[in-house]
Design a protein around this ligand. Structure first.
Ligand SMILES: [Zn+2]
Ligand SMILES: [Zn+2]
Length: 74
């Protein structure tokens, strides 16, 4: 069954609603949102920092923006 992919290996980013393989993104430590690599890490250097032990915080949390404000689009 080469085309079968269990849904547990793919999930949706809560910010952009795109599906992504879970191993490329993750859950933010601070806001607990499930995010794709683009919205969780933002850059490849950040991904490397997390791999080296930095806290897994999303782009918005690191920018100091409250998530409620972000979701309201203001
Ligand atoms: Zn995203
Ligand atoms: Zn966050």
């Amino acid at each position: 069954m080469p085309f079968f992919r269990p849904s547990i290996f793919r999930t949706e980013c809560e910010q952009c609603d795109r599906q992504f393989p879970v191993n490329t993104g993750g859950v933010c430590d601070q806001c607990k949102r499930i995010l794709c690599s683009e919205h969780l890490h933002g850059s490849i250097t950040r991904r490397i920092a997390i791999a080296l032990g930095a806290p897994m915080r999303c782009v918005k949390c690191r920018a100091g923006q409250p998530v409620d404000v972000v979701k309201a689009g203001r």
